[in-house]
Structure formats: C-alpha cells, structure tokens
Design a protein. Structure first.
Length: 246
C-alpha cells in the first residue's frame, strides 16, 4: 500500500507576548530547532504573585454536564493540592527583597454560560468577559495583587491571541489587563498538538500556567512594544525570547 507523504508542520509564532504562550507539541520541528543558550535571568521589577489566589472560570454550558462537569471538579481538586505543594516551593528561587513567593490557595470557581461561545473566541473577548463578571457577578472575587483567574474553554472552542490561534500555533497562555487582572486561558486539549505525546508530555498544563502566572512570565520577557514590565527575564531586552516552561 502506498504511503501518503506527510506535509511538514509549520510553527506559527504569535505576534506578541511570546513568553506567555504554551507551544504545540511538534516533535519534528523541535528536533530540527537549534539548541537555545542557557538563560541568564534577572528581575525586572514586574509583578510577582507571592501567595497566589486561583479562581477557576469554566466558560460554556458544556461544563454543566458530564464528562466536563466531572473534569472541572478534578481540576479544582488539583489546584487545592498543587498550590500548597513542593511545586510551589520550587518557585522560592524567584523571590526578591520584600516579595517572598509561598503557598497559595484556590478561592472559588464558577461556570460562565453567557455570552455563548462559538467555535472561537478572541483574547479581547476573554478580557471583556472577565471585566464584566468581576463587575456584575458576586461569585467572582475582586482582583488583588495575588489573584490569578484560570479560564477554561469548552471543547471545540479555540482562542485567538496575538495574531495566532490555539491548536494551530499554541495551546494555552497567560496575560493581564493593565496589570490589574492576571489570567490564564486554557483551551480544551482536543487537538493533536495538545494531546499527550509518546513520551507522556502534555500541553497545556494547569501547573505550568500557574507557575508562569505567579512569576508573570518566568523565564522570558515581555514582547517588544508591549509596554509591559516582565518579572524575571533573560537579557538583553528588545529581542524575542523562548516561551516560559513549567
């Protein structure tokens, strides 16, 4: 039987905020990529979430029914454990004078059913939803310096951010609204680039987004022209950096 020739996959980079995304799992592309030099991190004065307070928002009516309702419960239980675990202890190396990173907690959860999602949603729409829910929904906590909102999208919904689309260019990312509302977006991992590989690696992961969100960028830097001050970054400034890694 003749074998179909596979077309090489192209890695599409987001136009902005390269440190805030989780890349797709593309083994062939990774094998051809040159090794990156070891990062030389320095603190740049950006936000650090010292005792993170995670609030989960499951967007879409699908989260009200099985199997998604059971999954949402498991994710909440995961945060209850991970935010007081040794994984958070490892982040102490990113503490600075007057800002010591310690254990956090999950402070609540909710399901968002309006506005109804189509097949895709923009990052701007995510920001608008968060702002509206904070203003009008008593279940939503008001943001404080430690609040981190986790937005989980229903199956079949992609997110468009920085000129790129999830499942085509990335799996998940974290961002902020004017430095006041810090959030992570987790599209449902129902595309090949987000599924577990043969090595067992899976993207995106809640733990990785939590770690990156706490350090507001971790091992990377804000995109040129973004106007944002990163927390920890790899100098020199003004050049694209690798994405943050769990």
């Amino acid at each position: 039987m003749a074998r179909r020739r596979e077309t090489p996959q192209t890695v599409i980079h987001a136009r902005t905020d390269p440190i805030r995304i989780v890349p797709l799992h593309l083994p062939a592309a990774l094998a051809l990529a040159p090794s990156a030099p070891p990062p030389q991190l320095s603190y740049r004065g950006g936000l650090l979430l010292t005792n993170v307070e995670v609030f989960t928002a499951f967007w879409g009516a699908a989260w009200q029914q099985q199997p998604q309702s059971g999954l949402s419960q498991n994710l909440n239980q995961f945060f209850d454990v991970i935010l007081t675990s040794a994984l958070i202890d490892q982040l102490d190396e990113y503490s600075v004078a007057g800002k010591t990173i310690g254990h956090g907690e999950r402070v609540g959860t909710t399901i968002i059913t309006a506005p109804v999602l189509g097949h895709s949603v923009s990052d701007g729409a995510v920001q608008h939803m968060l702002q509206q829910e904070i203003l009008t929904n008593t279940a939503f906590p008001k943001p404080n310096p430690n609040t981190l909102y986790f937005v989980y999208l229903a199956p079949g919904v992609a997110v468009v951010q920085g000129g790129a689309r999830s499942c085509q260019a990335f799996c998940g990312y974290h961002n902020d609204v004017n430095g006041q509302i810090v959030y992570a977006v987790m599209p449902f991992p129902d595309c090949p680039g987000s599924r577990p590989s043969k090595s067992g690696r899976t993207r995106p992961t809640p733990a990785g987004r939590a770690r990156a969100g706490i350090g507001r960028g971790g091992a990377g830097r804000a995109a040129p022209g973004s106007g944002r001050t990163p927390a920890w970054a790899d100098p020199p400034p003004g050049r694209a950096a690798p994405v943050s890694r769990p």
